[in-house]
Design a protein around this ligand. Structure first.
Ligand SMILES: [Fe+2]
Length: 216
């Protein structure tokens, strides 16, 4: 499976095109970035875009969905089976631990609520990569100050789910907020207090301090 990232959108959003080189079948993770360069890339590489995968239904993550359906009307749209916001297109609802094919490769869903109730991560065990949306970025987690966010739920999603997969796995986040667009889980655990908590209360403290210091 190959990956091309696109940066732009509302706030350093990252959209990812993933494809299988032998079949040319491609999926897009979050239509969050101005689509023209993505369309060009698809055309120049003779890819067949067949799926759009939504990491969560915050509006910036599906801002350009209509443009993709306009150009590729036969697309299939995938998101968590109980989307909070209306995507305005028919979708296939996903639950935890389901499998989506990208040509001969597979992505497994991990339901990771906390930043938003319908957050999912998409994990390729074989390729050791995970698309994390706004659940975790490079260097920190997603925030839990918005409506329907919940810090305790985020703790469970991160510590009981994401941190249990191999730490060599490379994180591809929904925004470019770190020093790099991507890095391993192991880097995050080594270098960020958000991923070193011994329990839920410690995590809540780290999140509180982060929000306090942001306001200065
Ligand atoms: Fe978000």
């Amino acid at each position: 499976m190959q990956i091309k990232s696109f940066l732009g959108g509302f706030d350093k959003n990252l959209s990812y095109l993933v494809w299988c080189p032998s079949t040319k079948l491609a999926s897009l993770v979050d239509p969050s970035v101005e689509p023209l360069t993505i369309f060009e890339f698809i055309d120049n590489n003779d890819l067949i875009l067949e799926k759009i995968l939504i990491t969560h239904t915050h509006h910036d993550h599906f801002k350009y969905l209509d443009d993709f359906f306009y150009k590729y009307p036969l697309l299939s749209l995938f998101c968590y089976h109980k989307p909070i916001n209306d995507l305005r297109h028919e979708y296939i609802g996903l639950t935890d631990n389901q499998v989506i094919s990208v040509g001969r490769y597979l992505l497994t869903t991990i339901h990771t609520p906390g930043h938003f109730p319908d957050s999912i991560c998409l994990w390729s065990k074989e390729k050791e990569i995970i698309f994390t949306g706004d659940t975790i970025f490079i260097g920190r987690t997603g925030r839990t100050i918005s409506a329907q966010s919940d810090v305790k739920t985020l703790y469970k999603s991160i510590y009981n789910k994401i941190l249990t997969i191999p730490h060599e796995t490379i994180i591809y986040p929904g925004h470019h907020y770190g020093y790099s667009k991507y890095d391993t889980i192991s880097f995050n655990v080594k270098n960020s207090a958000f991923f070193q908590c011994k329990n839920e209360n410690e995590f809540i403290e780290v999140m509180k301090n982060f929000e306090k210091n942001r306001k200065k």
